[in-house]
Design a protein around this ligand. Structure first.
Ligand code: B12
Ligand code: SF4
Length: 431
């Protein structure tokens, strides 16, 4: 059977911004198991045209789509409707984070033949081997990834997603995005993992991971890696073993990872540095003690500030993810988030508005109070431009704090990229 893995993406102006790691990982696994499979990234493409052309060129028996909340869900739905219209015999399978958090919706759509929660590799292969039957309910299994599956990044397409040094303020060398584990030990009530993989992290052995990174490094001539794992350092023993393995093999890589600040224990920081870690993406979420407690963040804000100071003093860089508009958040809480951002002017920022995710404890609390029509629309809401404010602060205040944080985010990114160009010399400034 011929399989086409589609990454509908968000409709950005530029393609090749982030590799479609979910689709790539599944494609690699299916190909290794004898399937004929192609991956298409539609991030910057008009859906109708692109899907029509692909169906014509590829004639797939199966199309698998990666579905996320927001514009991605809209585009996945549009793509599936086009496929159904043009090629009614093609089977359509949905997977990805939104199907994992909100399986009932995917299963209710007439243009979806089968929907899968959690890791797709083995589930999709088993389904194909069964003859791809139409399933009315969602497959509930969350699989333990086998060693060879627990690494997404090794795919021919990866070559097209090398991030040049000049756009990589965290690492400042050419780098690629990879994912090496699934899940997180955290219990945050707003997180998508609460619905299908709560409190668990699944990793591959450190030696296998270093083998995979070494293959990618040689094949693409890069030394930099961005780990997009939910919580790369969530298994502290594995992090330590991974660092020791990198040092033992003298790999000389540089890397950046998504992490929880509580896992960056002071004792481990020198080892992380020696192993090439240079930057961390940290879900701070809020600068307010009260809101962080509500979000089940275990580290008190003063300890968080101390830890962050230490990390930055040691020479690491950090990107702080802050969300504005949490339920129960008031003006004072929001101002504390702004204050936190200002306490660390050297840190990069990422800024979102709170959006209730169906299936998560905090999301459901909000959604229960909404009308059925509003609830149905949540799947198409974008986190940057939310039509609703769920906090206790007036709309103008939420907008003001969000805009102030975004202005800081943009200014800091401009400054960091300016510094890279400066360091690279006059030739680079002219480009
Ligand atoms: C990098 C990233 C981005 C990048 C884009 C990446 C991309 N190419 O799409 C940027 C920064 C642009 C981004 C933006 C957004 N993101 Co984002 N992002 C991530 C992040 C950190 C990594 C994604 C990744 O590559 N994972 C690794 C791969 C291997 O995992 P995976 O894609 O989930 O695939 C596995 C399974 O889901 C499943 N699977 C995937 N596809 C399919 C298909 C089929 C048929 C099957 C059966 C299974 C299956 O199997 C795969 C392998 O086991 C995740 C968090 C995370 N750690 O996963 C958040 C995450 C996916 N993002 C999220 C969100 C909400 C967004 C935005 C919608 C936010 C917004 N601004 O509105 C946008 C959407 C943009 C888009 N995709 O075009 C949420 C999704 C929540 C949800 N339930 O939908 C996540 C989970 C973050 C979170 N903790 O809440 N994102
Ligand atoms: S720390 Fe991040 S990945 Fe882990 S449960 Fe909380 S929000 Fe999810």
């Amino acid at each position: 059977m011929k399989v086409l893995m589609l990454h509908p993406g968000m409709g950005f102006r530029h393609s090749r911004v982030f590799p479609p790691l979910g689709a790539m990982g599944i494609a690699r696994y299916l190909a290794e198991n004898g399937c004929e499979v192609r991956v298409a990234d539609l991030t910057a493409a008009p859906i109708d045209d692109a899907v029509t052309r692909l169906l014509d060129a590829e004639v797939p028996d199966i199309v698998g789509l990666t579905v996320l909340i927001g514009d991605v869900a809209k585009r996945a739905l549009e793509a599936s409707q086009v496929i159904r219209r043009i090629s009614p015999r093609t089977r359509i399978a949905w997977g990805g984070p939104l199907v994992s958090t909100d399986p009932a919706w995917a299963a209710s759509l007439p243009c979806v033949d089968a929907a899968f929660r959690g890791d797709g590799e083995r589930q999709l292969l088993d389904w194909l081997r069964d003859g791809a039957p139409r399933r009315l309910s969602v497959s509930e299994a969350v699989q333990e990834p086998r060693v060879e599956q627990a690494f997404a990044g090794l795919h021919d397409l990866q070559r097209q997603y090398i991030l040049p040094a000049k756009w990589s303020p965290e690492l400042r060398i050419d780098s690629v995005f990879v994912a090496s584990s699934r899940g997180c030990p955290g219990q945050c009530p707003f997180c998508y993992l609460r619905t299908h993989s709560p409190g668990r992290i699944r990793t591959s052995p450190e030696a296998v991971l270093v083998d995979q990174l070494t293959r990618v490094a040689e094949w693409l001539s890069v030394r930099g890696f961005y780990f997009l794992d939910d919580a790369f350092t969530g298994d502290r023993a594995r992090t330590r073993a991974f660092c020791e393995e990198l040092i033992r093999r003298d790999c000389n890589f540089r890397w950046f990872c998504d992490t929880r600040i509580e896992d960056l224990v002071p004792d481990a920081l020198p080892l992380l540095w020696m192993a090439g870690a240079r930057s961390f993406y940290i879900g701070v979420e809020s600068g307010s003690e009260r809101i962080r407690r509500l979000l089940k963040k275990t580290m008190p804000i003063c300890a968080l500030k101390d830890r962050l100071s230490l990390i930055l003093r040691m020479g690491f860089s950090a990107k702080l993810s802050i969300v504005v508009g949490w339920p129960e958040e008031d003006r004072t809480d929001m101002d504390q988030s702004l204050e936190l951002a200002d306490t660390f002017p050297e840190a990069q920022l990422d800024v979102y508005r709170f959006c209730p995710l169906p299936g998560t404890p905090l999301g459901e609390q909000i959604l229960r109070a909404m009308s059925t029509a509003d609830r149905a629309n949540v799947r198409f809401w974008n986190w940057e431009s939310l039509p609703r404010n769920f906090s206790n602060a007036p709309d103008e205040h939420v907008d003001m704090v969000q805009n102030a944080l975004i202005a800081r985010k943009n200014e800091r990114l401009r400054r960091a990229i300016g510094e890279i160009r400066q360091a690279a010399g006059p030739q680079s400034r002219m480009r």
